[in-house]
Design a protein around this ligand. Structure first.
Ligand code: FES
Length: 120
């Protein structure tokens, strides 16, 4: 694995309808999160386009109860899991920042150069 890539987890650890937060920068806060939706894995910066705060209300709680949408618990914005598009709330029409990843030996690996914008 190259020095410019960061492994987050094994791909089979991402379960349909659930999300997981990660702290690849070691900042003490989960700055990115990943989910599996419709069989596809997506990774987003953990920052709401409304006020640039983290979305989850506690560890790994990024999704609505039924797992169908991403929720920002600050003011209730909702986002589509496959595109990050806000479909409800104060940032309607804006998007979460999607991050590029690749599978390496069954691991979810992020390109590290995207992470500078994910700092605290
Ligand atoms: S900060 Fe996310 S909806 Fe306001």
């Amino acid at each position: 694995m190259s020095h410019d890539a960061i492994a987050l987890c094994r791909l089979d650890e991402l379960v349909e309808g659930q999300a997981r937060g990660f702290d690849p920068l070691g900042s003490g806060k989960d700055s990115v999160f990943a989910l599996r939706h419709g069989g596809e894995v997506r990774v987003y910066r953990n920052s709401c386009p409304h006020l640039e705060v983290r979305l989850e209300y506690r560890k790994d709680r990024f999704l609505s109860v039924d797992g169908s949408q991403i929720v920002c618990y600050a003011h209730g914005a909702r986002f589509l899991p496959d595109s990050g598009l806000c479909v409800y709330g104060p940032c309607l029409g804006e998007r979460l920042t999607a991050l590029k990843w690749q599978a390496q030996a069954d691991w979810l690996v992020l390109e590290a150069d995207q992470l500078e914008a994910c700092g605290p």
